[in-house]
Design a protein around this ligand. Structure first.
Ligand SMILES: Cc1ncc(COP(=O)(O)O)c(C=O)c1O
Length: 387
């Protein structure tokens, strides 16, 4: 017999689409994959690798924890290395934090829309997920404040959010921090896209603005270096480090030591900033190419804002279509897209598509937009016939 929670276990639509999107002629706007040419290629040490072949510490390699804590302080977080837990990708951070804070029925406040694999984890542990809208004009702070009265644990991606691309302003961050403090809440700030800022640097995290509320701040090396490293980190309020470390012990003993050594070398040599600086022009060009391609082919079919960071366009269709049918027809026609409804915990808004612009090159982005427009015209034509 399977555990009761397995009834709540949903498959991640994005991983299912990615599996279907491996055909060589497929143009994928579906996942959040970095460009192949943007992947960090670490130089392996000439001689012997450092001593990494023995079991390591659950919390992570001390050298890397120090470097991560220094980075946290540079972002305004009040932290030391003792508050850092290195994880196998930030998705593991979401799993561990869910185990730490969610019982069956625990209310969890999240943005609507929100990162779908976080919703998947929260649901698995039985969360009662409540949402507040993050629209083109930003978060509905009043709704957030009302919800905070009943919901202590809040999950946010305030910087170049997945999927909406929205970046909270300084004033919005201050307002959210003040509300969390007033409610004595717990903030889980998921921040993997911070460095992918195309127009202006992102404002400081909300975490560093808190005075009273407890917090978990999460970062990842997937989007800046390479997702295959499977490396991310949690920097947490002192109350949380011991139970989280025990949860990590129970899950996998410790994160991969080879990846940790490679990333620590990269940070020590200041290569992360240099690598990101080399990647930004590639992504900026692709973002602009997608805006041009969408304007050319979807101008009458949809609306969107040009994202100031991150990896996605959040595109609102003027006429809602059957998303699953669109997805299937897209895979047949060689264009993989991500239906937006999967990013809503409650009643989904079915008029959105999330389109990734980092993986396909500018020429493929144009072809992909053409293919998508043809599908949408056909879907609208069929809907008009039925109506
Ligand atoms: C908001 C957010 N959090 C966490 C993750 C997981 O990233 P990783 O496990 O590669 O660090 C992603 C990946 O797309 C994401 O968008």
């Amino acid at each position: 017999m399977l555990a009761r929670r397995i009834d709540r276990l949903t498959s991640s639509l994005v991983r299912d689409i990615l599996a279907a999107a491996t055909r060589p002629d497929m143009i994928s706007f579906a996942g959040g994959l970095p460009a192949e040419e943007a992947l960090y290629q670490p130089s392996l040490p000439d001689g012997k690798l450092p001593d990494i072949w023995q079991y390591g510490q659950t919390e992570g390699e001390p050298r890397l924890r120090e470097l991560v804590a220094a980075h946290g302080r540079s972002l305004g977080l009040d932290c030391t290395a003792a508050q850092v837990l290195i994880v196998n990708g930030s998705q593991q951070g979401i799993d561990l934090v869910s185990k730490l804070l969610i019982d069956e029925g625990t209310p969890v406040l999240a943005e609507a829309p929100a990162y779908l694999a976080a919703l998947q984890a929260f649901r698995l542990f039985g969360a009662d997920i409540r949402g507040f809208t993050v629209g083109d004009n930003g978060p509905d702070i009043e709704a957030l404040q009302q919800q905070l009265a009943q919901t202590r644990f809040t999950y946010l991606t305030p910087t170049f959010q997945n999927p909406s691309g929205y970046c909270y302003s300084d004033a919005e961050r201050d307002a959210v921090a003040a509300s969390l403090d007033a409610a004595d809440g717990i903030l889980f700030e998921d921040d993997p896209y911070r460095d992918l800022a195309y127009d202006a640097p992102a404002p400081q995290p909300i975490t560093g603005r808190l005075r009273r509320a407890r917090w978990v701040y999460q970062g990842s090396f997937s989007k800046t270096l390479a997702p295959g490293l499977r490396l991310g980190y949690l920097i947490v309020h002192p109350d949380f480090i011991t139970p989280l470390t025990r949860l990590k012990q129970a899950a996998d003993l410790h994160s991969n030591r080879l990846s940790q050594a490679l990333v620590a070398d990269c940070l020590e040599r200041n290569e992360l900033a240099a690598h990101v600086a080399s990647v930004l022009p590639i992504y900026r060009e692709r973002r602009d190419a997608m805006h041009v391609a969408l304007s050319q082919h979807l101008g009458e079919l949809a609306s969107w804002q040009v994202p100031v960071g991150g990896l996605f366009f959040w595109v609102k269709l003027r006429q809602p279509v059957d998303m699953r049918a669109l997805l299937a027809a897209g895979l047949d026609a060689g264009i993989a897209v991500m239906p937006g409804d999967a990013f809503f915990a409650g009643t989904p808004d079915v008029s959105y598509l999330r389109l990734n612009f980092s993986h396909a090159d500018p020429a493929a982005i144009l072809t992909g937009a053409e293919r998508l427009a043809a599908l949408l015209h056909e879907a609208n034509r069929l809907a008009a016939l039925v109506a």
